[in-house]
Write a protein that binds this ligand. Structure first.
Ligand code: NDP
Ligand code: GDP
Length: 325
């Protein structure tokens, strides 16, 4: 039997790399979408995964998506590509709407144009940021959306258009409503990686303090390696559906800093090491996220393996080891 083929947009990102690792282990032929004229991360991802094939396309460029889908004819498509940072989405809302919001619509239309809507399955990376100013605690698949950023609004559009195409054209479209997930591959712009990297630098005597915008928001933080397993499981079901993927635990940014200081063997004194800088604050904040992943547990048999303390420790240790090298 020939190998199954998976196309991943956003292959150079955190989840793209975890998912590539998982799918190669499962003996898929994995094809990653690279965007941009000169993409430094393409070389890094190619070096990390020599069996990964790369193709050029952009979620903002319809004809490039049609060409790639036409030549790859993937069994499974994982749409992870996005402007994914809430902070940037406030500075470039139109770009965010175009890539994060309209990008998935372009992919769906490319599938229909090529007659792939009955043969290819697609995963859409939906986000807990759609819940924003939360209407319900904990959040489930049926909690109404109230996004608080251009990113959240773009993801809400993408999610709804996926549901609409599933209902209209009977396509296999699964949306994973993933809560924040982190790890050693997380981008440095996100708060967890900023903390783990800064605390590692302090532990190694490379800096004394670092600045954050606020210590109060609460997030349900899980490990990216666990979350990409859920993506794959969603595309192996008999019917497409939406699933919340979360740990069910929530912690403040302050608690993340405390756990990171403890993991590095430093005094757990947040005020000594962290200053508050308004430049890292957002025009509107998401104060609390906590997910209920009961449906994923029951239908997919999915459970997170890595819990909060272990996640923070893993990130701090990884940054210390990297900085020492
Ligand atoms: P990253 O920011 O690490 O990766 C984003 C990827 O999108 C990069 O590979 C980037 O490529 C690519 N990309 C950006 N613009 C375009 C474009 N115009 N065309 C094609 N690709 C593009 O995100 P994560 O891996 O953390 O997240 C994966 C997905 O899951 C994203 O859609 C994100 O919004 C969503 N999500 C993430 C959560 C999390 O906590 N990590 C939670 C919920 C949802 P490059 O930079 O190489 O150009
Ligand atoms: P988000 O949940 O997708 O916005 O993920 P982030 O990791 O970017 O932010 C998580 C939370 O940390 C948000 O409530 C941010 O406002 C808060 N936060 C506080 N200080 C910072 C900071 O310096 N950088 C980032 N990225 N977030 C911060």
């Amino acid at each position: 039997m020939s190998k199954r083929t998976a196309l991943i947009t956003g292959v150079t990102g955190q989840d793209g790399r975890h998912l590539t690792e998982l799918l190669l282990q499962k003996d898929y032929e994995v094809i990653g979408v690279i965007n941009g004229q000169r993409n430094d991360r393409a070389e890094a991802v190619k070096a990390e995964f020599p069996d990964l094939k790369l193709v050029n396309a952009d979620l903002a460029d319809q004809s490039s998506l049609v060409r790639v889908l036409s030549s790859v004819q993937p069994d499974e498509i994982y749409n992870l590509g996005a402007i994914s940072f809430v902070g940037l989405s406030f500075k470039q809302p139109e770009l965010t709407a175009n890539v994060t919001g309209l990008g998935p619509l372009r992919l769906l239309e490319a599938m229909r144009t090529l007659g792939l809507e009955k043969t290819s399955r697609i995963y859409q990376a939906s986000s807990s940021e759609m819940f924003g100013k939360v209407r319900e605690v904990p959040q489930t698949e049926t909690t109404p959306f109230h996004p608080r950023s251009p990113y959240g609004v773009a993801k809400a559009f993408a999610h709804q258009i996926c549901v609409n195409y599933r209902e209209s054209y009977d396509m296999f479209i699964a949306c994973g409503i993933l809560f924040n997930h982190e790890g050693e591959r997380r981008g440095h712009e996100f708060v967890t990686r900023k903390i783990s990297n800064s605390v590692a630098q302090i532990a190694l005597g490379q800096r004394e303090t670092f600045a954050l915008g606020t210590l109060d928001p609460k997030r349900d933080w899980g490990y990216a390696g666990d979350y990409v397993r859920a993506m794959w499981l969603m595309l192996q079901q008999e019917h497409p559906d939406d699933f919340v993927i979360a740990t069910g635990e929530t912690h403040t940014v302050r608690e993340f800093v405390e756990a990171a200081l403890a993991a590095a063997g430093l005094p757990v004194d947040v005020e000594r090491f962290v200053t508050i800088d308004p430049q890292f604050q957002r025009p509107a904040e998401v104060d609390l996220l906590i997910g209920d992943a009961s449906k994923a547990r029951e239908v997919l048999g999915w459970e997170p393996n890595v819990r909060f303390e272990e996640l923070v420790q893993l990130m701090v240790e990884s940054d210390i080891a990297r900085l020492k090298r």
